[in-house]
Design a protein around this ligand. Structure first.
Ligand SMILES: [Zn+2]
Length: 434
C-alpha cells in the first residue's frame, strides 16, 4: 500500500465533492486512481464518530479508514435533508437548483449534468446501489418521481430501507464483475430513523427495557407528531430520549462493522489501491438539542456537521485536468487542501426550508427568510450553538450577512422565500417531514 499520510483539514464543503472527483478522475498520465467509490451514509452525525471525538467506540473501522484518508474535520452538508443534499453531492450545485421542480420532482433536474453522466462520458461503468427511499430511480412514497438515476448504467434500489449488508452484497457482486473503470455510488440508510439495528447489534449501548413501545422500537415519530402535528406529548422522559440516542449509536456501530466488509470486498477485487474512496453523509440528526427531532428542520451543526473522508492512493505529483467546463459547477476542487497547498479562504453555505446559513469555520450565521431574527454562533467557543453572540460580534455579523446576501442573490434571486416555503410544503405533503 502506498504511504498515505493522514491529514486533517479544517473544513470542506461537501458541495465541492463532485467537482473534486471530476478533477481527480481526469489525470493525464497515468490515469490513477482509476475507479471512484462514493459511500454516502444517510443521517450520520460527525460528532457521533470516535474519529470526531465521540467517547463511545461507535466507529473503530471508520476511524482506521480515516487514518488512511484525508479527513475534512469541519465539513458541513449544504442542506439538512436527503433532498436536496444528495443532489448537491451528485451535481456540485447548491440546493436552490433543485427546489421548485415541476410535479414535486426531487431528482436531478434536466439540464444539470450529474457526476455519473460526466464519468460515464469518460468511459466509466457507473453503478448505484441505494437503500434510500428518496435517492431512487423509480417513484416511492417519499419521492414521487424518482429521477436520481441519470448517468448510471445500473441503479439498484432493491435494498430500500434495508440494512448495510444488503447494499454490501449488491456492491460486492458489481465489484466481482470487474468492469473498469468503475464509479460505484453506495447509499446506506442505517443511522436513519427508525433506529433498529440488527438484533445481534442491540444492547451494546441501549440497555434496559423502556416501558413505551415506540421507544423500544426506536421510533422518534411520536415526538415529531407532538412537536409538529399538535398531538399530545407521548410522555417523553429523559431516559426515553437517551434510549433513542443509544439505538442511533448502535446503528452507527453496525454500519461501521459493515464498512469493514465493504472495504474487504473492494480489496478482494483488487481495487482498493486503484480507487478514490470517499465517505460522506447527507446530513446529521436532531435529538431535541435545539428543540427539533430527526432532520430537515434546522441548520445547526447537529444537522449539518458531517464526516468527509477521501482515501486517495498515490495522489502526489499528478497534473489536475480542470478545464473551462469547471464553471458549470458551484463546487470547487478540494485538491489544494488535500495536497496541503493553496487552501482557499471560502465560506460554507447551507439551505433548509426558509433557513440559510453561512460559516467561515469559526462563526456561523443562521438567517430565517421568514423573518425571525438572525443568530450568530461562535463554533469554537460554543460548538453546541447555544449562545447567540450577534450583539457582541456586530462586525462578524455584518461580514457574514453580506456574504450570505450575495450568495442568495447569485443562487436564488428574487422570490426565494416563496420558493422555499413552497418546497417545504411539498416535503410536508409527502410525509417526508411533518
Ligand atoms: Zn438523508
Amino acid at each position: 500500500m502506498p504511504e498515505i499520510r493522514q491529514r486533517v483539514r479544517p473544513w470542506g464543503g461537501i458541495a465541492a465533492l463532485a467537482l473534486a472527483l471530476f478533477a481527480l478522475s481526469c489525470h493525464r498520465e497515468p490515469p490513477r486512481p482509476r475507479n471512484v467509490i462514493l459511500i454516502l451514509v444517510d443521517t450520520l452525525r460527525a460528532d457521533r464518530l470516535s474519529a470526531w471525538g465521540y467517547a463511545r467506540p461507535t466507529s473503530p473501522n471508520l476511524d482506521a479508514f480515516a487514518r488512511e484518508s484525508v479527513r475534512f474535520d469541519n465539513a458541513r452538508s449544504q442542506s439538512a435533508c436527503t433532498f436536496p443534499s444528495a443532489n448537491s453531492v451528485l451535481t456540485s450545485r447548491w440546493p436552490a437548483a433543485f427546489l421548485g421542480q415541476p410535479e414535486q420532482a426531487m431528482g436531478i433536474p434536466a439540464g444539470i449534468p450529474s457526476l455519473a453522466e460526466i464519468l460515464r462520458s469518460r468511459g466509466f461503468h457507473t453503478v448505484a446501489v441505494s437503500a434510500s427511499a428518496v435517492v431512487r430511480k423509480s417513484p416511492s412514497r417519499f419521492n414521487p418521481k424518482g429521477g436520481f438515476d441519470r448517468g448510471f448504467d445500473v441503479f439498484q434500489e432493491d435494498c430500500v430501507w434495508q440494512h448495510a449488508d444488503c447494499v454490501n452484497n449488491e456492491a460486492a457482486a458489481h465489484l466481482r464483475r470487474g468492469k473498469k473503470p468503475l464509479f460505484l455510488y453506495l447509499h446506506y440508510i442505517d443511522p436513519h430513523g427508525p433506529y433498529r439495528p440488527p438484533e445481534s447489534w442491540r444492547h451494546r449501548f441501549a440497555t434496559g427495557t423502556p416501558e413505551k413501545e415506540w421507544v423500544r422500537k426506536g421510533d422518534p415519530n411520536p415526538i415529531g407528531n407532538w412537536l409538529y402535528k399538535g398531538e399530545p406529548n407521548p410522555g417523553l422522559a429523559p431516559g426515553d430520549l437517551q434510549y433513542l440516542k443509544d439505538l442511533y449509536d448502535e446503528e452507527i456501530a453496525y454500519f461501521d462493522s459493515q464498512l469493514a466488509e465493504l472495504l474487504g470486498s473492494i480489496r478482494a477485487a483488487g481495487l482498493l489501491d486503484d480507487s478514490l474512496v470517499i465517505l460522506a453523509s447527507d446530513h446529521g440528526e436532531e435529538f431535541l438539542e435545539h428543540g427539533d427531532i430527526k432532520h430537515c428542520r434546522n441548520l445547526f451543526d447537529t444537522s449539518a456537521h458531517v464526516p468527509l473522508l477521501v482515501r486517495i492512493p498515490g495522489i502526489g505529483g499528478k497534473t489536475v485536468c480542470v478545464g473551462s467546463k469547471q464553471n458549470r459547477f458551484n463546487g470547487r476542487s478540494l485538491r489544494g487542501e488535500i495536497e496541503g497547498s493553496n487552501v482557499p479562504d471560502e465560506l460554507q453555505y447551507g439551505l433548509m426550508g426558509e433557513l440559510r446559513s453561512v460559516s467561515d469555520g469559526r462563526f456561523k450565521l443562521i438567517q430565517d427568510l421568514g423573518g425571525k431574527p438572525p443568530a450568530l454562533f461562535d463554533l469554537k467557543a460554543d460548538p453546541g450553538e447555544t449562545r447567540n453572540v450577534l450583539p457582541a460580534e456586530r462586525r462578524t455579523y455584518a461580514r457574514l450577512r453580506d456574504a450570505l446576501a450575495s450568495w442568495l442573490a447569485r443562487n436564488e434571486g428574487k422570490g426565494v422565500a416563496d420558493e422555499a416555503r413552497e418546497a417545504q410544503k411539498k416535503l410536508r405533503s409527502l410525509g417526508y417531514i411533518e
